[in-house]
Design a protein around this ligand. Sequence first.
Ligand code: PRP
Length: 175
Amino acid sequence: MSEQTNISVLISEERIRERVSALGREIREAYGDTPITCICVLKGSFLFMADLIRAIGDDVYCEFLGVASYHGGTHSSGAVQITQDLRTPIEGSHVLIIEDIVDSGRTLSYLVELLRVRQPASLKIATLLDKPSNRVVDVNVEFIGFTIPDEFVIGYGLDLGELYRNLPYIGIYTP
Ligand code: PRP
């Protein structure tokens, strides 16, 4: 864990808590009484998903989709791979994809195509972090927690070589 010295706090635990609560309320308001099928994009989104669904409240179905694109490095490989598919059909459901970060946009654009053919009643995206400076593929993201600069970030679900997902804050990692 010697890299810890190369981590600076970008978004504190408290700011995350406040923003996630507000985002949850915003999402529930947008959907009204409609049940929402939240799809957690593994692994990075598991903490955000856990906090966000409690902030959304009322009827929420939880689904998990295993996706990998970085393969442990600090840059996207460009290839998106499904490592675990949904266990339930989403046809006719109001689906909200829950992401930890939108970087190049490749993962989400792939997922939107993948899920759209399954004919959900609606398909929207919520991301904790948006890094627009790195965008390669255009994606329409309805709910954004924070817009961040072009830095490699870790913590609150995001990893470096599978470590640091358990940091309670979002940190910038400098090699
Ligand atoms: C990260 C992140 C997003 C994706 C965003 O996943 O969780 O899913 O990359 O990058 P993009 O917009 O450039 O496609 P990663 O492949 O690191 O897997 P992980 O969530 O298991 O850490």
